[in-house]
Design a protein around this ligand. Structure first.
Ligand SMILES: [Ca+2]
Length: 498
């Protein structure tokens, strides 16, 4: 009996010695509309990031196991030049595939998340989305490259990566996952909406699903802040934040410095307006107008694009929302709307400019289609998360998309087995912030997909100076972590989701 079990385990988990092909032989692998550029074994600890950016702390990849590194160029259109890398563990492959996402307009392979996947035994891949560098300039007069960025590079990467995995190990991955945040969250939803067969489980972090709306909002605020008098100093932001927390902290039933239900927060920054000239502890009329604009929705076509949530104030900058939000929005207008690298935020027209982002290739970037029925019907699981204090992508976009998807699928009870959204109070963009913001996303989606155990909560922790000082469950929206009434408010066990 014992022998039989050992034999079964061996067959189910072939080691590196029974690979279907050598790593080097993958260099001659034939893929449609694609070329394998290289295939090489990278010895344990030998990988360094191209460009030599090992970082001040030494090589962040020193703990990687031996893997087969495959680089390929994909050309699904005449104007396409999509780079991908596929990393294949030489031993102890977990028989699974994890694709990782990108950020903003970035045109580079995302090595850090690939390394995390590899450490867990995954075969993993990443794409540069079809261009080099962090600007949207690639898209100007290159509609096919815009489409590569919008969705095609990710899907093509998945198809090619699965073929490479099959060639190397002699079998397809048993389970396939997407893991991305920000732009990677947008890519996640695009995959679920357009290519429901690509993944069994999808992690969509802080998704920039309303890429158009986010750009319009960010540029609207940046245009407002061209007026120096309308800007807030860090001291003003702190005053504002303290006032918001004082007004809304207790709404969720617990005074803990965190606003767990910002949508229920009622706060008018007018209460902070100076009465006798400017002072550090009050806001000028122009500053009050700025703050109101940042919280308020923007009319865009037939929808309202949400402003930022109450509680996010400490993360705002004088460049508008965040430097990245401003830069991403500015590039969006320059290269996908006006084809003018000199276009400035001061030219923004809040009446006519927002809708322009929804046209042409620009509009194809958005991942706003709430119809996920095909993905759910295949058994796909979608784990989404968003920080309530996100200064780059409004968390209200996430709750709005969730509600639209629920409606499109016929109600919450039909969706809870397939799609759960975890809102993190006090968490900034993809992590960081005053609230618990560090949590494992991969283990919950694995358990959901592979064992049918949907996550009823995910415990997140907060650290200060490298030391964990608070843990709290994140709850499936619209539930919030509710204090049981006894025990430390810094311990997860003192809370229940409801
Ligand atoms: Ca609270």
């Amino acid at each position: 009996m014992k022998r039989l079990i050992v034999l079964t385990v061996f067959v189910a988990f072939p080691s590196g010695s029974v690979l279907a092909a050598t790593c080097e032989s993958l260099a001659t692998l034939t893929l449609p509309q694609a070329t394998v550029d290289s295939a090489q074994v990278v010895a344990a600890g030998a990988f360094t990031q191209p460009g030599g950016r090992a970082g001040r702390g030494g090589n962040a990849f020193a703990d990687l196991p031996t893997f087969c590194r495959v680089a390929a160029t994909l050309k699904p259109s005449n104007d396409s030049d999509i780079k991908i890398e596929v990393w294949l563990p030489a031993e102890n492959w977990n028989r699974k595939y994890q694709a990782v996402g990108n950020g903003a307009w970035t045109g580079n392979i995302n090595y850090g998340p690939m390394a995390e996947a590899l450490r867990r035994g995954y075969a993993t891949s990443s794409t540069d989305t079809g261009h080099v560098g962090g600007s949207a300039s690639f898209a100007m007069n290159h509609p096919e490259k815009a489409i590569d960025f919008a969705y095609r590079s990710e899907h093509e990467m998945v198809l090619k990566s699965k073929a490479v995995i099959d060639a190397f190990y002699g079998s397809a991955p048993k389970y396939s996952y997407w893991n991305g945040c920000s732009a990677g969250g947008r890519q996640a939803l695009k995959e679920a909406q357009m290519y429901p067969a690509d993944f069994d489980g999808i992690i969509a972090g802080s998704p920039g699903a309303d890429w158009s709306g986010r750009s319009a909002q960010a540029v609207r605020i940046a245009a407002l802040l061209e007026n120096e008098a309308a800007r807030l100093t860090p001291a003003h932001q702190q005053v504002l934040h303290n006032a918001v927390v004082a007004a809304c902290d207790a709404n969720d039933g617990l005074k803990d410095g965190l606003i767990s239900n910002p949508a229920a927060c009622k706060f008018d920054p007018k209460v902070l307006q100076c009465k006798n000239g400017d002072a550090p502890d009050c806001l000028s009329e122009a500053q009050v107008a700025t703050v109101r604009a940042i919280y308020s929705p923007l009319k865009m076509g037939n929808r309202d694009v949400a402003g930022l949530a109450y509680g996010s104030e400490l993360n705002w900058t004088n460049l508008g929302w965040s430097p990245s939000a401003r830069a991403t929005g500015l590039d969006h207008y320059r290269y996908l709307v006006y084809n003018d690298p000199e276009w400035q935020v001061s030219k923004f027209n809040a009446e006519t400019d927002p809708a322009k982002l929804e046209q042409g290739e620009s509009g194809k970037i958005d991942a706003r289609n709430p119809d996920l029925k095909a993905f759910f019907a295949r058994g796909g699981k979608l784990l989404m998360y968003h920080g309530w204090a996100d200064p780059q992508i409004s968390p209200l976009n996430a709750t709005a998309y969730y509600e639209q998807a629920v409606k499109a699928s016929g109600g919450a009870s039909k969706v809870s087995g397939s799609y759960r959204l975890f809102m993190a109070p006090g968490m900034a963009h993809c992590g960081g912030g005053e609230g618990p913001n560090d949590f494992d996303k991969v283990a919950p989606i694995e358990q959901w997909v592979e064992q049918g155990k949907a996550p009823d909560q995910i415990v997140a922790s907060h650290s200060k100076e490298g030391k964990a000082d608070r843990a709290r469950p994140l709850c499936p929206y619209p539930q919030i972590a509710t204090y049981k009434g006894s025990g430390s408010i810094d311990e997860a066990a003192s809370f229940v989701c409801k």
